[in-house]
Design a protein around this ligand. Structure first.
Ligand code: ZN
Ligand code: ZN
Length: 539
C-alpha cells in the first residue's frame, strides 16, 4: 500500500516535473494518479476533454495545501482556463500563487490571453508584477489596450516605454498609431509619426496603412492623401485605408476614384475595399452607385457579400428613406441579420418617423440590448408618444439597461480633456459655462432655435432647451474657444452621433466665430465652416 502511494507520487512528479518551493505550506499535497491523469487530459486536449469539475477539485487541493507547483504546469492551467473562458478561475489561481516565478514567454502569453478575453485589469496586473519585461511584454499590453478600445492608456504606456530602456519596434508603433486613430488626437499623431522618422523605422504596408488611417481619423485627410500618393508600392491594405478614410470624411467621389485607380493598376479589391466604397456611397446618399458596386462585387470579383456589406446596403437605403428596400435587403440576406443591421434599420425608422416598422423590427430582434430599447423609446418620444416611451424606459430601468452616455473630448497642447453631457467635473467648468452661455445667447440673437423635440423627456420647452445646452460637444467647444486663439480651427471628438440640435448650432457658431469646427462623431467627420457642414446635412 505504501509502495503504491509512493509510485503515484512519483508518477505525478514525473508527468508534470513538479518542483516544491521553499515557501510552501508544511502540509504536503498528495496527488493521486487519477489527479495527474485528469490534469494531463485537461491540459493536453483542451476544451474537448476538460472536465472542469475534476480540474477544480485539484485546483482547490493545490490552493488548500499551498502546493509549490511547477510554474509551467500552473501557467498551462491558467492559459487553459483563459482560453476556455473560465476567467474567474484563472484570476483565482493567479491570486493564490504567492511567487508565480513564470518565465518571460509565459508572462507575455498571459498578458495577451487576458487581453484577448477582455480582462484588461488582470493583464495589467501580470505586466506590473513582472520583474523583467521585454519589447513583447510592452507590445502585448499596448496592443491589448488598443484592442479593448482603451486608447489613452495605450498611448500613456507607450510614453512610459519611451522612458524605459526598451526600444519600440514596428509592432509597438502599429498599435500606438491605432490608439491615436481611435482617439483622433492629432498632436499625438504628429509626435508618433516624428518618432517613426527619427528612429528610421522602415514603413512596411502595415505601418503605412495604419498611418493613413490615423491621419484620416485625426481629421487630416489631406495628409493621409499625401502619404498615400507618396507610396511607391501599395498593397491592398494601404488602398483600403485610403478608401475607408475618404468614406469617413464623406468624400464619396474621391473614394470611388481611388477604387477606379486600383482597377487601372490591376490591384484586386477585397471585401474590405468594397465595404469602404459602399460606406462612402451610403454616407453621401449615392444609392444607385452603391447598388452598382454591390453588384460588381459579386459578379465581377466573385466576392460574396458578408454581413457588413449587407449592413452597408441597409444603411444606404435606410438613410435615403427607402425603408422598404432596406427591409427587402435584410429579407434577401443568406445569413441571419445581426443586431447592428436591425439597429441600422431601427435608426432609419426613427429618422423617418416610421413607428410601425420600428416596432416590427424590434419584435424581430431576438436578443435585445440597451441600444434597441433606447432607439425605439426615442422613436416614440419624437412622436410625442410619452406614455409608451415612459413605460419602455421604466422596463429598461428594471432590467438594469442604461443608455451609453454622450462623451466628447478635445486635445489641446498634447492633453486630452473629456466632457460628459451635463457634467460639471472639469476643473475649469465655471469659465466654460460662462463662454457657453455667451455663445448660446449670441446664437439665439442670430436666429438659432433649439430643436427641443429631440429632448426625449416629457418636460417643459424651457427645460428641454436647458438640457440641449449642455450636450458634451457644446461643452468641449466652449472649452476650445476658451483655450485657443481666435479663428483657430477647433476639433472635437464624440463617442456617439452628433445630435441634430448641436449640428445646427455648430453651423451658426462657425459663422459667428469665423472658425472651422470639426466634429468626429462615431460615424463620420463634420466640418463646419461659414454656416454649412461638409456632410451636407446628410448623416
Ligand atoms: Zn447635441
Ligand atoms: Zn454634418
Amino acid at each position: 500500500m505504501r509502495l503504491a502511494h509512493h509510485k503515484a507520487r512519483i508518477c505525478f512528479s514525473y508527468c508534470f516535473s513538479l518542483r516544491f518551493s521553499s515557501t510552501i505550506s508544511p502540509l504536503p499535497f498528495v496527488a493521486t494518479t487519477s489527479d495527474a491523469q485528469i490534469l494531463k487530459c485537461a491540459l493536453d486536449d483542451r476544451k474537448t476533454s476538460l472536465n472542469l469539475k475534476e480540474v477544480l477539485r485539484i485546483h482547490a487541493k493545490i490552493v488548500k495545501f499551498g502546493f509549490g507547483m511547477d510554474s509551467t504546469l500552473v501557467s498551462r492551467l491558467l492559459i487553459n482556463y483563459i482560453e476556455c473562458g473560465h476567467l474567474h478561475f484563472a484570476r483565482s489561481l493567479l491570486g493564490e500563487i504567492r511567487f508565480p516565478n513564470f518565465d518571460l514567454i509565459t508572462n507575455n502569453k498571459l498578458i495577451s490571453s487576458f487581453m484577448k478575453n477582455k480582462d484588461v485589469e488582470t493583464a495589467k496586473k501580470v505586466f506590473l508584477d513582472m520583474l523583467f519585461k521585454d519589447v513583447v511584454s510592452w507590445n502585448s499590453l499596448i496592443g491589448g489596450y488598443v484592442k479593448n478600445s482603451r486608447y489613452e492608456e495605450a498611448i500613456g504606456l507607450f510614453k512610459d516605454m519611451c522612458l524605459s530602456n526598451i526600444e519600440p519596434d514596428e509592432f509597438t508603433f502599429s498599435s500606438v498609431i491605432a490608439g491615436c486613430a481611435g482617439l483622433g488626437v492629432l498632436d499625438h499623431a504628429l509626435w508618433i509619426h516624428g518618432l517613426l522618422i527619427d528612429k528610421r523605422i522602415v514603413l512596411n504596408d502595415i505601418l503605412l496603412s495604419a498611418i493613413i488611417d490615423m491621419y484620416a481619423k485625426c481629421g487630416k485627410i489631406d495628409i493621409a492623401k499625401e502619404i498615400f500618393h507618396g507610396c511607391r508600392s501599395r498593397k491592398i491594405s494601404v488602398w483600403n485605408s485610403m478608401i475607408t478614410g475618404l468614406a469617413a470624411h464623406g468624400l464619396a467621389s474621391d473614394a470611388i476614384s481611388v477604387f477606379c485607380q486600383m482597377e487601372e493598376e490591376n490591384i484586386l479589391p477585397d471585401s474590405i475595399t468594397f465595404l469602404g466604397v459602399l460606406t462612402a456611397c451610403s454616407r453621401c446618399g449615392l444609392v444607385a452607385q452603391g447598388q452598382k458596386y454591390f453588384d460588381i462585387m459579386r459578379r465581377q470579383y466573385c466576392i460574396e457579400p458578408e454581413l457588413e456589406h449587407y449592413g452597408a446596403m441597409v444603411d444606404l437605403f435606410g438613410r435615403a428613406g427607402q425603408l422598404d428596400e432596406a427591409y427587402a435587403t435584410i429579407s434577401a440576406m443568406p445569413m441571419y441579420p445581426d443586431l447592428v443591421i436591425w439597429k441600422t434599420l431601427l435608426s432609419a425608422c426613427r429618422t423617418y418617423k416610421n413607428v410601425e416598422l420600428g416596432e416590427f423590427v424590434t419584435r424581430n430582434i431576438s436578443c435585445l440590448d440597451s441600444g434597441d430599447y433606447v432607439l425605439l423609446s426615442n422613436t416614440y418620444c419624437s412622436l410625442n408618444r410619452w406614455t409608451i416611451s415612459a413605460n419602455m424606459r421604466e422596463n429598461m430601468r428594471r432590467e438594469g439597461i442604461y443608455k451609453d452616455h454622450g462623451k466628447s473630448w478635445i486635445e489641446l497642447a498634447g492633453n486630452i480633456h473629456y466632457f460628459k453631457a451635463g457634467s460639471r467635473a472639469h476643473p475649469e467648468i465655471e469659465a466654460i459655462d460662462k463662454i457657453l452661455k455667451q455663445l448660446i445667447k449670441r446664437a439665439k440673437l442670430e436666429g438659432f432655435v433649439a430643436a427641443t423635440e429631440l429632448v426625449l423627456m416629457d418636460v417643459t420647452e424651457e427645460e428641454k432647451e436647458e438640457n440641449l445646452n449642455f450636450h458634451s460637444e457644446k461643452l468641449a467647444l466652449a472649452f476650445g474657444v476658451l483655450k485657443t486663439s481666435p479663428r483657430r480651427e477647433i476639433q472635437i471628438l464624440k463617442n456617439l452621433r452628433i445630435c441634430y440640435d448641436c449640428h445646427s448650432w455648430f453651423k451658426i457658431i462657425s459663422i459667428m466665430l469665423r472658425r472651422v469646427i470639426i466634429v468626429r462623431d462615431c460615424v463620420r467627420f463634420h466640418k463646419f465652416e461659414a454656416g454649412s457642414c461638409s456632410c451636407g446635412d446628410y448623416w
